[in-house]
Design a protein around this ligand. Structure first.
Ligand code: T4K
Length: 363
């Protein structure tokens, strides 16, 4: 088994050439404008609008994905209602619901895509249901047609947590709203950041107010808003990373292929196949004990730091009172999944070596 000299982490952020970033900083210095809807933010918004093919009126930027979700849920009127969502996700998806006083109702996932299944969701829709929040987990696309049908049939909002789905063009504009996270652990980032894309342009004004304390004018505050503004340095980082987006996306495919080549003839390791942007490299082992052994031995013997995204399952955390047994498929998958390192700059040969180490551990 090969031990890497330097630790290999599950992910590393792409950093643009520092000279390019410095040039942007000079612009910020000249503007003497650091936050509160500044000129760099507006440039970033325009660049995203062009890249995504979404009018600028139908998107809004925030200082992180979690606050984008929180304010997005609030602007869509979910406070006080039931919201059907997945337990197989990062805690932020549901924390943001709880924080606005909405009640997350967890439904089990599809064993192949690891996303919510519209058929299972439909059985739990009641008059109290205000929305469904599916997650394109790891960049695995949800059944967007199925959810669109539920939205229409029951008059509930469909809000996607698309934190992992940047760069998947076919998912842009699905549902009433989608949230993208620009955290540095994501394939595209702005140091920290979040983006909402929404169908109804009228929501933008509300979101812009909510992200700025819900201040309406110098003498009026119209709601309980937050401080969720993206600052100028974040916007600059986003702009510089966006210049590289095609390479960032291609590189993820290259790394995925390197793993795939090694795992193709190995029954003990199942690569999760559904992601289009290959934002993560999740693999499933036959049981919990094997996964734990691989996680520990990669760390101790190989200097490779993987992550058990998303374990433990959200339903086992203190703020959520479901406990064990509520979502058996998700519980089982969470106990067997491991996400392997992938990022721009990880050598494909190193990905192969990691995969070979994994094979050796399980074999
Ligand atoms: N919805 C979903 C489905 C999400 O996955 C997330 C976030 C959200 C909503 C909320 O979006 P944000 O509010 O975050 O925009 C990370 C991230 O903090 C979190 O953004 C992400 N999901 C989640 C899946 O993972 P940790 O606790 O694993 O991060 P950390 O600090 O341990 O970093 C992971 C690895 O990356 C480490 O090995 C070190 C490396 N790293 C990290 C940072 C921050 C670097 O090399 N450089 C860096 O700057 O949570």
């Amino acid at each position: 088994m090969k031990r890497f000299e330097k630790p290999i982490l599950v992910t590393r952020p792409y950093l643009p050439p520092i000279e390019d970033f410095k040039r942007g900083c000079e612009e910020i210095w000249a503007n003497q404008w650091l936050t509160n809807n500044g000129p760099m933010l507006q440039k970033f918004q325009k660049a995203l609008s062009e890249y995504l093919g979404v009018p600028e009126t139908n998107l809004a930027l925030f200082n992180n994905g979690t606050l984008a979700l929180e304010l997005g849920y609030y602007a869509m009127g979910l406070a006080g209602g039931d919201v059907i969502t997945t337990p197989f996700t990062f805690v932020a998806t549901s924390h943001a619901l709880k924080r606005i006083g909405a009640n997350p109702i967890f439904v089990d996932i599809d064993p192949e895509t690891l996303c919510l299944d519209p058929a299972k969701v439909e059985k739990l829709i009641t008059p109290r249901t205000k929305a469904i929040v599916p997650v394109h987990v790891y960049g695995n696309a949800c059944d967007v047609d199925g959810f669109a049908r539920l939205g229409e049939k029951y008059g509930v909002k469909i809000i996607y947590d698309a934190a992992h789905a940047f760069g998947i063009k076919s998912l842009v504009g699905c549902g009433d709203m989608s949230m993208y996270s620009f955290h540095p652990t994501k394939l595209f980032h702005s140091c920290e950041g979040g983006l909402l894309i929404f169908k109804d342009a009228a929501v933008q004004h509300k979101l812009h107010e909510l992200r700025n304390f819900a201040i309406h004018s110098e003498t009026e505050c119209v709601d309980v808003g937050s401080n969720a503004k993206m600052n100028e340095l974040q916007a600059l980082m986003g702009l510089e990373c966006l210049k590289k987006i095609d390479d960032l996306l291609d590189y993820r495919q290259k790394i995925y292929k390197a793993y795939e080549e090694v795992f193709v003839d190995c029954d003990e390791v199942k690569l999760v196949q559904y992601s289009q942007n290959k934002a993560y490299v999740p693999v499933l082992f036959k049981d919990f004990e094997t996964r734990e052994r691989v996680y520990a031995e990669l760390k101790e013997k190989c200097n490779v730091f993987t992550r058990r995204y998303f374990y433990p399952l959200l339903t086992e955390f203190a703020p959520y009172v479901y406990g064990k047994g509520a979502c058996p498929i998700a519980e089982n998958l969470a106990s067997r999944v491991l996400t392997l390192p992938t990022y721009f700059g990880l050598a494909p040969e190193d990905a192969k070596t990691i995969a070979e180490n994994v094979k050796e551990i399980v074999g």
